[in-house]
Write a protein that binds this ligand. Structure first.
Ligand code: HEM
Length: 146
């Protein structure tokens, strides 16, 4: 089960990144051009948030079964152990919380421009955090691309 979950979690990153880019670009373009907010716009932001939440669930399960997560006297001095046990979890939970807040803020606002603005800002910060929190193979030898 562990290898399967790890592959699913690793591959799903691309789906989440793509959804975030589409949601952010869509929000920016429509905000700038003063377009109305449609059900399609809401669905893009919703699917993006769902993708991030699925990643959160897979990540939480992995957190309890992964050999990369360990707490001992070396955790904080070992770059890889510290990353998976502390940093990855913290950065990603923060990013997913911001995406969730962005979704609910956009839902609450009445004017289309405010909805697009909330999506753009929160999702963009979420994307930047996620990009910084991913164990890219060039930072962590042994981490995969997919
Ligand atoms: C959008 C959010 C997230 C993304 C894009 C993401 C992405 C990734 C990627 C690409 C890997 C490397 C997989 C590999 O080595 O092939 C990974 C590993 C891991 N992630 Fe996440 N992650 C996210 C959120 C989370 C969260 C919230 C948690 C914990 C609660 C978590 C826990 C883990 C663990 C424990 C590993 C290590 C797996 C292992 O090598 O044994 N992830 N993540």
């Amino acid at each position: 089960m562990y290898p399967m979950l790890k592959h699913a979690h690793s591959g799903l990153r691309w789906v989440v990144l793509l959804l975030l880019i589409v949601a952010i670009a869509n929000a920016l373009m429509k905000w700038r051009s003063g377009k109305t907010y449609t059900d399609g716009d809401r669905k893009i932001t919703l699917f993006t948030m769902i993708g991030a939440h699925v990643q959160l669930i897979l990540g939480l399960i992995l957190y309890f079964i992964s050999p990369a997560v360990k707490f001992n006297e070396y955790t904080m001095s070992d770059k890889v152990l510290r990353f998976y046990s502390v940093e990855h979890l913290t950065i990603m939970i923060l990013a997913i919380a911001l995406i969730t807040i962005g979704y609910s803020q956009a839902k609450k606002k009445v004017e289309a421009a405010q909805k697009f603005r909330a999506t753009f800002i929160y999702y963009l910060i979420g994307l930047l955090l996620i990009l910084a929190g991913i164990p890219w193979p060039f930072r962590f030898p042994g981490a995969g691309w997919f």
